[in-house]
Ligand binder design. Structure first.
Ligand code: 3EB
Length: 329
């Protein structure tokens, strides 16, 4: 009996997802911990480091000092570089990141095309070749009008080389930062086995968005159940119903609608309802003056949930807030 239970337990953790958490500590100490696949620091004040597992995102946190985002895996971690790509691997998972200066690659579309071509070529050669989750951060995402808007340009370029990821769209986030220098930062999580894509019954799948949102619909799945089954990677989620943005100019209503979308996603993924103390969420807030309301919303509606509030622009101008994160089974 006891032996049977031990075997079952061993099988249950046979391919354990990276544990993502927000931790208040020094970067060097975090990077020295065993099994640390990636450490992310937020805000312009973060120092560069040679370690390919260290990533800085120039999104200003609304809490000071901001915690670090830590990704921990079972097993040893090795790291290296391949051209401009920084990577690390461990426990059957691959972290890869790439930052490109748009002035060297001719604008938002061709920079995205280059970034995705480089990443997909790299990942295709790795044992962890299934891209599960991608984060995209680009300067001034809403600059430009109509089809010239930078987010739409980014979508065009991404789609031109995303096909090479192979087995369908990953879960994703695309957010704008307030830097002046145009650049694109992309990082991803890939695994040895494919995940299971999850869509939201309240929302049209993004790749089916009608023409009004741009010439190329966005290439992402609403969420990804990681191989092994114990974690759900949740894409950037906002107050979108069907394909339409809801509750223009109403922050609280957008937050409630976003939470309803997140709960619908959990249900459609077969995950336990609600978020808990191990479900880290990030909220991207367009206007700094809104941060206090977002913080209060988390306290009241998602008590105990680790939340990181960042100043970032959402890819549709009318959207004031977007939330992404993780749910563990
Ligand atoms: C939306 O629901 C909001 O282009 O990769 C969310 C997550 C959004 C990912 C992307 C865009 C992306 O359409 C926008």
């Amino acid at each position: 009996m006891v032996q049977g239970c031990e075997i079952a337990a061993a099988q249950a953790v046979e391919y354990r997802a990276p544990r993502v958490s927000y931790r208040s500590m020094q970067a060097a100490a975090a990077l020295a911990e065993p099994g640390m696949l990636a450490v992310i620091g937020f805000g312009a004040g973060q120092a560069d480091r040679d370690d390919p597992r260290w990533l800085t995102l120039a999104l200003e946190p609304f809490d000071a000092p901001a915690p670090l985002e830590c990704w921990e895996v079972d097993g040893d971690v090795v790291a290296g570089r391949d051209g401009a790509i920084r990577w690390s691997r461990g426990g059957g998972w691959l972290f890869a990141s790439l930052g490109l200066d748009e002035t060297e690659h001719g604008g938002a579309a061709s920079t995205a095309e280059r970034a995705y071509a480089a990443l997909s070529e790299f990942v295709a050669q790795q044992p962890e070749r299934h891209v599960l989750r991608v984060w995209n951060y680009l300067t001034a995402i809403n600059d430009g009008d109509g089809d010239a808007e930078r987010y739409k340009q980014f979508c065009n370029g991404r789609a031109r080389s995303m096909g090479a990821f192979g087995d369908g769209f990953p879960a994703a986030t695309a957010i704008g930062y307030h830097d002046h220098h145009p650049r694109l930062q992309v990082y991803l999580l890939a695994g040895r086995r494919p995940g299971r894509r999850v869509e939201n019954p309240r929302q049209l799948s993004a790749w089916r968005y009608p023409r009004q949102y741009g010439p190329t619909p966005p290439s992402f799945a609403r969420a990804m159940r990681l191989p092994g089954g114990d974690a759900l990677a949740i894409s950037g989620t906002a107050a979108v119903i069907g394909h339409a943005s809801a509750h223009r100019d109403d922050l609280l209503a957008q937050l409630e609608e976003t939470l309803a979308n997140l709960e619908a996603l959990l249900a459609s993924a077969g995950m336990p309802a609600g978020f808990d103390t191990h479900s880290p969420l990030k909220a991207y807030v367009r206007h700094p003056a809104d941060a206090r309301v977002v913080r209060d919303f988390f306290r009241q509606r998602l008590p105990g949930v680790p939340a990181l509030l960042l100043h970032g622009d959402i890819c549709r101008r009318e959207l004031l807030v977007e939330i992404d994160g993780w749910r563990y089974a």
